[in-house]
Design a protein around this ligand. Structure first.
Ligand SMILES: [Zn+2]
Length: 242
């Protein structure tokens, strides 16, 4: 009987890991076994397209400034406490597979709302992670969401097109001023496949857009391919002063 009880507890624990039934944000019970309860879900604030400040472009783009028609920014939600919790669980807990699907679905809902058809782009590129960080974390969270989104929307996910030349400190550990300069010139195009993507239309995916330094450093590399257009797609958009 004790054995049976232990087994049942173990199975219950495993079920909770695989299908958590508490809201990641407020710990309320969620009958539908979703990461957010309906109250926290309703608190998400959609963003959509936003202008990249010209100061940000001047600061980070060295390979010439594309016109606003060729470079755009689309973020699904404001970086509210609910989104912050969701991203934290996604990055640092065992729920990453489950949450990558949930986040890609939320993203897709906002893309549909704005009639933004990602299948009009040739390649979806997640912001890369350095090999040492990848070994430590075991997965690139941006790549998981990009792959989930690519499966749903029939756009090619090409995580191998960009790589990180050297590791950089976690953005979360830096001041706003340090973040501005942190990842500059740390990305590189993969010479083995870059020529196949010359002149193509790209989507660059990252979880959060804050200073824009990470995304625009990646775009500095993509601009070498003279792309038709680039969309920066992020799950959240944070305020620099928030
Ligand atoms: Zn909640």
């Amino acid at each position: 009987m004790l054995k049976f009880y232990r087994m049942e507890t173990l199975l219950g624990g495993m079920k909770n890991i695989l299908f958590p039934s508490l809201c990641f944000c407020c710990n309320e019970y969620v009958p539908q076994q979703l990461p957010l309860c309906s109250r926290c879900r309703d608190r998400l604030r959609p963003v959509g397209f936003s202008k990249i400040p010209s100061r940000t472009i001047r600061r980070h783009l060295s390979a010439g400034s594309p016109s606003p028609d060729n470079l755009s920014l689309f973020s699904a939600f404001e970086y509210t406490p609910q989104i912050k919790e969701l991203i934290h669980h996604f990055k640092y807990t065992a729920h990453h597979r489950y949450l990558s699907t949930y986040i890609s679905r939320l993203l897709e809902e906002t893309l549909i709302t704005h009639a933004l058809d990602v299948s009009r782009y040739d390649a979806l590129i997640p912001v890369p992670m350095h090999a040492s960080k990848l070994r430590e974390r075991e997965f690139n969270h941006a790549a998981l969401v990009a792959e989930a989104l690519a499966n749903d929307r029939r756009v090619l996910c090409v995580p191998e097109l960009l790589s990180v030349k050297r590791p950089y400190p976690l953005q979360a550990h830096l001041s706003a001023q340090e973040r501005l300069h942190n990842p500059l010139n740390r990305f590189a195009l993969n010479p083995a496949c870059a020529s196949a993507y010359s002149g193509k239309a790209f989507i660059l995916y990252d979880d959060v857009f804050t200073t824009g330094s990470t995304a625009l450093s990646c775009i500095n590399e993509l601009l070498k391919l003279q792309p038709a257009k680039i969309l920066i797609l992020t799950f959240a958009k944070a305020s620099l002063h928030g």
